[in-house]
Design a protein around this ligand. Structure first.
Ligand SMILES: Nc1ncnc2c1ncn2[C@@H]1O[C@H](COP(=O)(O)OP(=O)(O)OP(=O)(O)O)[C@@H](O)[C@H]1O
Length: 303
């Protein structure tokens, strides 16, 4: 049986009168790093809390490795490690003591603490009090705590929030190592595509609780079609002419037009058409939007 690590089927969730999750159907394949993206308040944390059964969902709407969360709650939760909001770390203890303490609570061998410290890159800081850890070190220790019982699935809610570029890179490489060498499936939320674009194999984009895109990073790149910007005079009249000729105008400014673009040949046809009709074309530039801009465009579609 190769059911997805996570599947939600038309999931809805309300806080009082406010509908925060609407008909959400996520599919997170085993072994993937799934970037769960959306602006602030989109519903990411709520979804993660539902996946952890911290918030209740109706029967047969949330499945973990093919098993319904309501029927198999305990078995499902054993397979999940999570870092949601601040990691629960004792500041007066060292990193190793924090892990040993958790090992004791979970009835795990003490050796596991040293193994995890190495895995999350905290071997050298094992005996330092965590009150003196940087934010990035605390996040890595939080991930380490989540990894102790060796879960198959990791849910990380904005683990790079507030980290400096180095801290972000460290979390990124840790996620890649966990997925590739340790066969973990990871769902990681973020409000910035750029933070997980290099790490994620798949992306789900939500806004206002609705899933607006789900697919591989390659699928997302395919959506990112280039556009042609043309600097010229009398843009309104030029836009009308090009529309009549079947071109799709995206934006008309006082001195610049932006339109869909498919080939260099097409750009010279457009240039000839404009020049033949008396427009003064000063430049034509094909440009591809940054992926982050595409993400913003997608989230605008249900605003
Ligand atoms: N306990 C709660 N009671 C009432 N409303 C809530 C509660 N928790 C979240 N919400 C609302 O639900 C919506 C989704 O919030 P959620 O925290 O899931 O978003 P998010 O995508 O994780 O955003 P952020 O990146 O800001 O954490 C928001 O409108 C939020 O105000």
């Amino acid at each position: 049986m190769n059911s997805p690590a996570i599947q939600t089927c038309g999931l809805n969730y309300h806080f009082g009168d406010q509908k925060v999750i609407e008909n959400l159907s996520l599919e997170v394949n085993r072994g993937s790093i799934y970037g769960f993206l959306g602006p602030n308040g989109a519903g990411k944390t709520t979804t993660i809390k539902i996946l952890l059964n911290l918030l209740k969902s109706p029967k047969d709407t949330v499945f973990v490795f093919g098993r319904d969360m309501n029927t198999y709650r305990t078995a499902n939760l054993k397979k999940i490690g999570a870092l949601v909001e601040q990691p629960a770390i004792y500041a007066h203890m060292t990193g190793k003591e924090n892990l040993l303490n958790r090992c004791m609570l979970l009835g795990l061998s003490k050796n596991k603490a040293s193994e995890i410290l190495e895995l999350v890159g905290l071997g050298a800081a094992a005996h330092k009090k965590t009150g003196q850890y940087s934010l990035g070190m605390k996040q890595r220790l939080g991930i380490g705590l989540a990894l102790l019982p060796d879960p198959e699935l990791l849910l990380l809610d904005e683990p790079t929030n507030g980290l400096d570029p180095n801290g972000i890179i460290e979390i990124r490489s840790l996620m890649i190592e966990l997925a590739t060498k340790h066969e973990k499936t990871i769902l990681v939320s973020s409000h910035l595509l750029s933070e997980i674009e290099k790490t994620a194999t798949h992306v789900g984009i939500i806004n206002k609780g609705q899933l607006l895109f789900q697919g591989t990073i390659e699928d997302l790149h395919l959506l990112n079609k280039p556009v042609l910007t043309i600097e010229l005079n009398n843009t309104q009249a030029a836009a009308q002419l090009l529309s009549r000729e079947g071109y799709h105008i995206e934006e008309t400014k006082a001195d610049q037009l932006t339109l869909e673009y498919s080939s260099a040949e097409q750009s010279s046809q457009i240039n000839s058409l404009l020049v033949q009709n008396g427009f003064n074309v000063s430049s034509l530039h094909p440009i591809r939007k940054a992926l982050e801009e595409l993400f913003l465009d997608i989230t605008k579609t249900n605003n």
